[in-house]
Design a protein around this ligand. Structure first.
Ligand SMILES: Cc1ncc(COP(=O)(O)O)c(C=O)c1O
Length: 408
């Protein structure tokens, strides 16, 4: 996808607009499966939360991937995309027993991360095999919001509570068929994965009827030129060796599962915005664009960095700009960045806009959510329309009030 392709997309579909490159998604998927090609039974469950458009799910279905889901709605999207329920895992956190039962009825693999629901579910449905999400007590991840495997985290069943899990299994007669962990996102150091895998293996040895081990995700992708990233190839080699020797010890060839979001879609996405106003203040030059944290919240939510470049003037002289949105609160995408000279009306492209961007978008300030376009085999395909005022008002109920009588 060239700058010219992106400019044409902005012209045709308007701005702001999200664009995803299917070729990049496919190459990341192949990179991961190649890194683990020596594992006999490998399963990649794409984490739907990262980017949940049904055409993206359908692309993954076509590649042979399964899905990692966190809500009954994500499960339904996956089923509508044509993914077989047996290839979907459902890992909710803090949802009701009723929702879990609803998903179990659809034939989806249930993954439970707390003792209370495990006991209730096992008592009512001992015939349904269940995976358990453990908390390995490993501190990992790019920032505190996305570090989820440490001792104070709300996620997973503590590894110190495994004896309690075994008691529940014995009392209910339920079957644990998988062990899962996910320690965080943006993990650079493969030693973290390898260390956590040892904890997963030693937990797994306590369960006799396993079919799979799920190592979650958290691979770090590059956010700028020459940025560091998880070395997937090295991880593939080292973890495969550990997994194979574990399977020997366990006495059964298990399935190895991963559930990446960011790794598969982050770099495939670009977010295109138009510059409405160049505002020079006494200290800063602001480029104010036709979007805000309603459409891309990551910089404001966790200080994420998105490279921004001016596709209308890619060769222009670089100057310093703060790129900000139109929201009625501080709404900074980037501070004092070197970007080639910007004029009002120029189109800027944000990189790494595939994961946790559109899927976290909202209608704050009563703005429409942008359209999504999939660039596939050299053509732009609209995969979500820009919202309209009818979308915004749908579901709202206008009350009629009797006029207040004026006080005399
Ligand atoms: C349970 C679980 N699995 C997978 C993922 C995907 O992680 P990432 O996008 O870092 O690959 C997440 C992210 O929040 C998660 O919570």
């Amino acid at each position: 996808m060239t700058n010219q392709d992106l400019l044409k997309i902005a012209e045709k579909f308007g701005s702001p607009v999200y664009v995803y490159d299917s070729e990049k998604i496919i190459s990341q998927y192949n990179r991961l499966t190649n890194a683990f090609s020596k594992v006999k039974n490998l399963r990649i469950h794409y984490a739907v939360k990262a980017l949940s458009n049904i055409s993206i799910l359908s692309l993954f279905q076509n590649l042979g991937a399964g899905l990692d889901t966190v809500s009954v709605q994500e499960v339904k999207l996956g089923l509508q995309a044509g993914v077989d329920p047996s290839k979907i895992i459902y890992t909710p956190n803090g949802v009701s027993l009723e929702e879990i039962e609803m998903v179990a009825k659809m034939g989806v693999q249930i993954n439970i991360d707390n003792l209370s629901i495990l006991e209730q579910f096992g008592t009512k449905h001992p015939e349904v095999p269940v995976c358990i999400r453990i908390n390995p007590h490993v501190m990992a991840g790019g920032n505190t919001n996305i570090s989820v495997g440490h001792i104070d985290s709300k996620f997973g069943i503590s590894i110190h509570q495994i004896p309690h899990v075994l008691r529940i299994v014995e009392n209910t007669g339920m079957n644990i068929n998988g062990i899962h962990m996910h320690t965080g996102s943006d993990i650079l150091d493969i030693e973290v994965f390898l260390y956590a895998s040892e904890i997963l293996f030693s937990t797994a040895l306590q369960f006799k009827d396993l079919e799979f081990l799920d190592f979650g995700s958290g691979f770090k992708v590059p956010y700028k030129e020459d940025d560091i990233e998880t070395n997937i190839e090295e991880l593939g080699e080292k973890l495969t060796a550990k997994f194979q020797s574990f399977c020997k010890q366990y006495g059964k060839e298990l399935t190895l599962a991963f559930e990446p979001g960011k790794f598969l879609v982050s770099e495939a996405g670009k977010f295109l915005v138009k510059v409405n106003v160049i505002k020079q203040t006494t200290s800063t030059v602001f480029a104010q664009v036709d979007s805000g944290f309603n459409h891309l919240i990551r910089p404001m939510l966790y200080g994420s960095r998105h490279e921004i470049y001016n596709i209308s003037n890619p060769e222009g002289k670089e100057r310093f700009y703060s790129v900000v949105g139109y929201i009625c609160e501080t709404d900074t995408f980037a501070s004092n960045r070197r970007i080639s000279e910007i004029k009002e009306g120029d189109i800027l492209a944000f990189k790494n806009a595939g994961a946790y961007c559109f899927s976290m978008a909202s209608n704050y300030n009563s703005r429409f959510r942008p359209p999504e376009v999939l660039w596939h085999e050299g053509k732009a395909h609209l995969i979500r329309k820009r919202e309209t005022f009818e979308d915004l008002i749908r579901g709202q109920v206008k009350m009629e009030f009797t006029p207040e009588k004026a006080e005399k």
